[in-house]
Design a protein around this ligand. Sequence first.
Ligand code: CU
Length: 139
Amino acid sequence: MSAHIRLAGIASAVCALAVAVDAFGCGETLRTVDGRAANARFEIAFAIVPAPIVTGALFALDIVVCPRAGVASPTGLAVDAVMPEHRHGMNYRPTVAARGPGAYRAEGLVFHMPGRWDLLFDVDTGAGAERLAATLRLQ
Ligand SMILES: [Cu+2]
């Protein structure tokens, strides 16, 4: 009987931890969170470096990819950006480097004109890529 009570205690402790992680959310390891993207299987948080984005200036993104419960960790990430209203992308091809489990840094991004930009995150699941998007508006 006492063993059963101990087990119940452990289970509720695990539960409390899960709630705490959920409350802080994806990206708590970032200095700041400037934007998020999410779908049914992944959540992404990112910081813009340096923020804010300046038209025509190089910037980078620090990115955290968080798989939802029961989803395997991503095996890689690709980043791109497009202006859907103008039907064009960037004039630069960013590079992405892994910075730890689920953490990435994308460098070499340039938004060359103001307007709506969609950041595209292609999460490599090992069985194909899943695209998540985040919309930014550059003044
Ligand atoms: Cu444009």
